[in-house]
Design a protein around this ligand. Structure first.
Ligand code: HEM
Length: 149
């Protein structure tokens, strides 16, 4: 098993980066859609169109991309010699992954609330929510590439 993981390491890393990019695309764009969505009347045709776009983005792109990021990330973790658990960067990366996963689930709830006309959040709230995955992504990339500690 460990020989297979070592042989496939670069392929798994490439697939991990591709899926993480797709997941991030959704995490950064979905709150932007919420910002535009709250601007329009809740019962309008435009609101319904935003709901369809939001549902498709979450179900067709973000959910599978998150799953794939986790699967390939865990395969990389299991590859011998890739992660030294005594270094700090991996722990901060795991914390930032927790923030991304929490943001993903919160966005799923906000999407449902908007689609069912139960949203109570403001446009300003969604603008601020947009910054959370941005900061987590910057943290992750610095951790995996620079590994400062
Ligand atoms: C979801 C759970 C995740 C796990 C378990 C995980 C785990 C890992 C592991 C073990 C590596 C290999 C490090 C190495 O080859 O030295 C890696 C590489 C990488 N990860 Fe993740 N990761 C996850 C999520 C993410 C996310 C969300 C992003 C981007 C926002 C990301 C970006 C990267 C990048 C860019 C690399 C390549 C670093 C390099 O070797 O230059 N990962 N990941």
């Amino acid at each position: 098993m460990s020989g297979f993981l070592t042989d496939a390491y670069l392929w798994f890393k490439a697939l991990h980066i591709i899926s993480a990019m797709s997941w991030m695309a959704g995490l950064l764009y979905l709150p932007r859609l919420f910002v535009y969505h709250v601007e329009v009347h809740a019962e309008s045709q435009e609101a319904r169109r935003f709901s369809v776009m939001e549902r498709r983005l979450l179900r067709a792109i973000m959910n599978p991309a998150m799953l794939a990021t986790y699967i390939f990330g865990v395969l990389l973790l299991a590859t011998p010699g890739v992660v030294d658990w005594s270094s700090g960067w991996i722990w901060l990366k795991i914390l930032a992954i927790g923030v991304l996963t929490g943001s993903h689930h919160a966005m799923g709830k906000w999407r449902k609330d908007l689609a069912e006309g139960r949203n109570t959040k403001s446009q300003r709230f969604f603008r601020i929510a947009n910054e959370v995955p941005t900061i987590a992504m910057i943290t992750i990339v610095i951790m995996v590439v620079v590994r400062p500690f």
